[in-house]
Design a protein around this ligand. Sequence first.
Ligand code: G4P
Length: 525
Amino acid sequence: MDQKLKEEVQSRKTFAIISHPDAGKTTITEQLLLFGGAIRQAGTVKGKKSGKFAKSDWMEIEKQRGISVTSSVMQFDYDGKRINILDTPGHEDFSEDTYRTLMAVDSAVMVIDSAKGIEPQTKKLFKVCRMRGIPIFTFINKLDRDGQEPLDLLAELEEVLEIDSYPMNWPIGMGKGLLGLYDNYHKKIEIHRPEENGGERFIDLNEDGEIEGDHPIKMSTLYDQALEDVALLNEAGNSFSEERVANGELTPVFFGSALTNFGVETFLNTYLDFAPSPTAHRDEDGEAISPYSDEFSGFIFKIQANMNPAHRDRIAFVRICSGEFDRGMDVTLARTNKKIKLGNSTQFMAESRETVQKAVAGDIIGLYDTGNFQIGDTLYAGKMNVQYEKLPQFTPEMFMKVNAKNVMKQKSFHKGVNQLVQEGAIQLYRTFHTEDYILGAVGQLQFEVFQYRMLHEYNAEVVMTPMGSKIARWIKPEDLDENMSSSRNLLVKDRHDQPLFLFENQFAMRWFADKYPDIELTSLL
Ligand code: G4P
């Protein structure tokens, strides 16, 4: 790869923001987009109050429920870097979508509500980042409100998530008493509401780590308290190590308030200093493919239909893992070995989608899809012949029988089901012989979204009959004898025609294991 292209790749910062719902992910995303000039007005991303809807919330259902269902991509330039933020749904029922998105990023920002600390969804998402070994940066939000003691928050982070932390800055007061941030890393104080507190926004610290001379903030006991805490941390806490950050072993912690835009810019600047450029992705044999390889390659981590209801389009999101994408280039789809011309592509800015001519490793592009692609597909140019590692898939736990309400609408029913299944929105199974449709999901909301989208996007009303929770276990086709099936272990096939049983409960599974001790059953994640 030539030097210029290499520099292009190095300028990419591709990350996801993870959090429990309501911690402030949308608000902070919006601030970042504002800094990048990608939006001009607060409330463009979020804006429940202003009546506008979130740019990252493409679907009507998200507006209705006030949760972000799908992951979206926002790209902007800042300080000589090209930033790709991948949004992730916070609600746990959509964690599969989020997990796949996390496969496409090089680092993650974890937003924590300072009053609530580590919440269940944060913990889950954190685990996936940990599994991938990507660097994790922590932003403790809502400092403008009274929250938990900062030392307690750090202790919780270390205990619950089992990761070492290094506070890059430290709050001086909080809530109504918030005076500023003690920036331990840059040796500065960032003043909250400078207009009320001496005028300057940043004050350099002297060699003793204190403000030189007089300043109103020094009159406060909160300042003394912050100095004491920082001294304690510097003495007894972890030391900063860029290497440990890069390995995902140490999380730099920043405090701030996304809503009042306090500490966010400092966070962004420091984050960009340490966030990794595109890193190597592994192929299915575990071999790392360098992002600087000459040839283009990438994988599809998400497919979304009807992002623009006016156009009824379907977009496959590709994470470019190596080389350069040129509009109109020929690539091979690894799964089928078919050659495809990538003529119809798009990139994602906050306010609009634009045709993309060129993109490099680290970038996310969207390809208009006419049914060629599946989630997890690899695309490559030339003779690269790569297949990237499998994306994580969850074993569904809840099942529903599904039928078209109106038999006259069978065609749109089948089209809708197939498209939503290819998107990965829900899993589809069919019974042996009778080919009845059964949907599988990880969370109840997936069914509701399915039903809603079938009606609004495909004009197909569906009848869903709950089957309750089941334990899905796959059996090797060569081991299968259809007589193994009973009312307590329904035999079905997945969309790749692989057979599996839906066990009524643990008891039914144990009974099966006793009866067929030599049969090995498998699950997904
Ligand atoms: P999410 O995407 O992680 O779910 O969180 P989101 O940004 O939507 O924020 C959730 C709520 O928390 C919002 O309030 C938002 O205004 C508020 N919030 C975010 N950051 C801060 C902060 O730094 N300080 C304070 N005090 N609040 C913050 P809401 O009332 O639920 O929504 P809205 O009516 O303001 O839109």
